[in-house]
Design a protein. Structure first.
Length: 100
């Protein structure tokens, strides 16, 4: 699984683009980098765009880790969060709802 992070300072958007096939190992690596990703970004003034259009099919073991990551992003308090779903065939039951 690859991940690109960019900040559009003019539009005040933190863009996170993920692609490939998430395994438990690389999903955990993304989770471990969470604080580095959100540091330096004022969440209350910025929106978060998570682009998963090129993300592959999830391994079952990766789902809980990715759910935790998404919940952490939601707890930061971004002004808005936009989630663009994958074009690949992923059953909605595999990733939604986010468990509380």
């Amino acid at each position: 699984m690859g991940m690109e992070i960019s900040v559009d300072k003019d539009a005040k958007i933190l863009k996170v683009k993920v692609d490939g096939f998430p395994t438990p190992e690389n999903a955990q690596g993304v989770l471990n980098n969470y604080h580095q990703i959100v540091s330096g970004v004022n969440a209350k003034e910025n929106s978060l765009l998570i682009d998963c259009t090129e993300l592959g099919v999830f391994q079952q073991e990766s789902i809980a880790i990715l759910e935790k990551l998404l919940k952490l992003y939601m707890e930061v308090g971004f002004k808005n969060i936009v989630f663009i779903k994958s074009k690949k065939s992923i059953r909605q039951a595999d990733i939604w709802p986010i468990r509380g």
